[in-house]
Design a protein around this ligand. Structure first.
Ligand code: ADP
Ligand code: MG
Length: 240
């Protein structure tokens, strides 16, 4: 579903991605782990063209994102992204946050968008919060709204960049369990996370990035019990 070939990204003189090649299958759940500054966010942001790759190719279902002819806005509609800091619209209710893009960008009739939003709120366990404003919600609730908002666009791929890093510990679980539910439902996902237990349990594949390179790509079992590189061994010693 996603094909990445020799992806490089340079900021000024600093090469942040040093040639990443990989494929992600439909329904595959990838956990991206690695030290701070290794390029995890940049990699994710290249996948939906929030960053323009310096060289290399990215194709989604055979549609080349890096081809100037491609209608990026259209492909991007198929890729949802959930950030560490939620990015909800503060002046809109939860329901309006969820229906805004489907109505304005996709042209879904407002009634249909609202009914879908209520379904999604039920799915993330927030049926009673439709009319609340984000400021009235806990961090975990905000992040679940952000996930519902992404799902409202009916993406084929969801990207998560440290979705639980800004949360108090007691809220991490409720968000991870929503993401886990999506994983089990067959959504294709790439998740940058520091939650090793979650990565091990929920992911099909672990990507270990270090210094702009995809150093290891392995099943969780193999990565966590038999890391192949010295860098991964050192990283796991620090985080486990
Ligand atoms: P990670 O998410 O693994 O912590 P990032 O992808 O955020 O790593 O960053 C990798 C490197 O790229 C870091 O050294 C960071 O400072 C640099 N970087 C990221 N974004 C930019 C940018 N917009 N301009 C310049 N440097 C950047
Ligand atoms: Mg990051």
């Amino acid at each position: 579903m996603i094909n990445v070939t020799d992806l490089k990204k340079t900021f000024g003189k600093h090469q942040v991605l040093k040639g990443i090649t990989t494929q992600v299958d439909q329904g595959e759940v990838v956990a991206l782990i690695g030290p701070s500054g290794s390029g995890k966010s940049t990699f994710l942001r290249c996948l939906n063209m929030l960053e323009t790759p310096t060289s290399g190719t990215i194709a989604i279902d055979g549609i080349e994102l890096t081809n100037p002819q491609t209608d990026i806005a259209r492909v991007r509609q198929r890729i949802g992204m959930v950030f560490q800091h939620f990015h909800l619209f503060p002046h809109m209710t939860v329901l309006d946050n969820i229906t805004f893009a489907p109505i304005e960008v996709k042209g879904i009739p407002p009634e249909a968008a609202r009914s879908k939003a209520h379904e999604l709120l039920a799915r993330v366990g927030l049926s009673d919060k439709a009319d609340s404003y984000p400021s009235k919600l806990s961090g975990g609730q905000k992040q679940r709204v952000a996930i519902a908002r992404s799902l409202a666009m009916e993406p084929d791929i969801l990207l998560f960049d440290e979705p639980t890093s800004a949360l108090d510990p007691e809220m991490v679980k409720e968000v991870l369990s929503v993401i886990r539910g999506l994983a089990d439902s067959g959504m294709t996902m790439l998740i940058v996370t520091h939650e090793m237990k979650f990565a091990r349990e929920a992911a099909d594949t672990i990507y270990f990035l270090d210094d702009g390179k995809l150093v290891e790509r392995a099943t969780p079992d193999s990565f966590f019990t038999r890391p192949q590189s010295e860098r991964a061994v050192r990283f796991l010693e620090q985080v486990l």
